[in-house]
Design a protein around this ligand. Sequence first.
Ligand code: 6R9
Length: 667
Amino acid sequence: MVAVFMSDDTGEPEVELEARLEERETFEPPESFVEQANVSDPDVYEEFEENWPDCWERAADLLSWDEAYDTVLEDGDAPFYEWFTGGELNASYNCLDRHVEEGAKNRAAIKWEGELGETRTYTYGDLLNEVEAFAAALRDLGVEEDDVVTLYMPMIPELPIAMLACARIGAPHSVVFAGFSADALATRMNSADSEYLVTCDGYYRRGDALNHKEKADKGLRGVENDVQTVVVDRLGDELTHFLGADAHDYGELVADHEGASVEPVSRDAEDMLFLMYTSGTTGEPKGVKHTTGGYLAYTAWTSHAVLDVKPEDTYWCAADIGWITGHSYIVYGPLALGTTTMMYEGTPDYPEKDRLWDLIERNRVDTFYTAPTAIRSFMKWGTEYPERHDLSSLRLLGTVGEPINPRAWKWYYKHIGGEECPIVDTWWQTETGGMMITTLPAINEMKPGSAGPPLPGIDARVVDAAGEEISAGEAGYLTVNDPWPGMLRTLYRNDERFIEEYWQEYSDPDADEWVYFPEDGATVDEDGYVTVLGRVDDVINVSGHRLGTMEIESAIVGVPGVAEAAVVGGDHEIKGEAVYTYVILEDDAEPSEDMRERIVAAVEDDIGPIARPEEVLFTPELPKTRSGKIMRRLLEDIASGDELGDTSTLRNPEIVDEIADQVDSGA
Ligand code: 6R9
């Protein structure tokens, strides 16, 4: 649960110091790791500070530029910052051609494993060939530079191939997570004005073939543009590989264009590489815009410095490419550095709970990067599963997506890392493009539960409601006071909302002082280590996935009979947070199991199964302040089974007990 709140009345942060803050134990980076690390000189912090913003040339130098940039940072029109202006480059060239030219043609670029156990390896040479063939096919379909191509695909190699094919011809991609619903696909395609969709027939989950094409077709019915669709055949005969009237078969397109040579288009550093939709405070998802130069330089640099990626590694980020973590740390960062990146299609407990450890052993994985929610599941399953496997190939572990509790951290350290691998707990967001706060694994000691200091060149601070830095140990709000290359440039076609969402809170436009507000609460200790506590806006974090409470509420109020709904996050042992919904029915509607099912189905239809409510509670009223604001903090306390905070400012305090009784009785 969110541990810092804007209390409804005073606007001051309220503190709930978690047990993790009392943890004082620290861990040193293992000597064996330090000796071989990409970045091991502690002076890196000072170097970046002294040479800011030119220090970021170190990131840009990891890339090959077609045209050298003139200026590192252009801040004349802040907060619309520009990075590496005048420079030109192509992301697909940087991720493929240059490695092939340097002799890595036969090195594995992607090692993929399907849920049923089938494997595919694409060397850098193979990957380049297929990317060129598909890029040629996209062009033939009419895709031009700057057209947004939507990719609605699960974890199959054709997803990164399509991303790189788009990048090659300068067409920004917009990947929609395959678990999202048909409606979510339609909203995102309409918002991006996209006329092209690449999807697939289906994929496997726990051994069952899921029909994905049906969902895509349903989504397409809600899209305003005429759309050209390409369908990848993932399932073979399992599900009829159904092609609608104007859909194209991916396999045929690639076969028809085999051997095609497609020159990578030189893109301006500031040209859009992709759009990624994410949840915000209001119902409409936000189209976060990332650029070619700054984003690629930043993901390459953080992959190099934090994940210690080396070309000879087998590196595995067990995220989904449908989220930013997969974009930055399965695809762009690792491939820019020429390493072998693993992809796994399925779930970690299929066919058995040792699936991931088996994968690590068989592929001799060097680095493993996952989310705390997964680690909590592994803990629950028990140590017998990792113990069955030789995990000695691992050198470094990472976590991302939500705070990690020290107990899970220590379990990961001991049972997966064998007490020999540093752990990087990396705080960042869709909007930041790449990691912002984490230890550098060869330099800083680790403190379980605390992400660490801001990375070199990143000026992150913890402040109070007035923007003043707070003392060690107090809870406040995280801010970032200088721009960085991987930052979002704007919200797609909505500059105004970009300012409102991220810059309004703490900036002083008159003084041209711009402060980025990520909407997270945090504390900082005497060593400058930041512990991120969670969101302070109406976004909840379920298993590391960001969901907007407003989006879920609007799905629920669409159900006939529902008058009003409030959605909050409540504590959940494995997921971190879970979705709790409080529903007021219209006078002529009755609470019933049937109504509950319709509400759950509406959420799954509108957003996807990840947003499935843990509980639906019917109530005659919601607790409101005298000014009429829903007191979400109380609803969160009820959902989490916590002691209830102050109810004296409520207009209707009696309602709180009524709802809490319902929860206790399991209704
Ligand atoms: C990369 C990603 C961003 C939100 C962010 C914060 C939470 C991410 C975290 C963390 C504590 C960490 N978050 N990493 N909280 N410790 N190491 O997850 O992006 O999906 O946009 O979510 O996730 O609340 O604001 P995104």
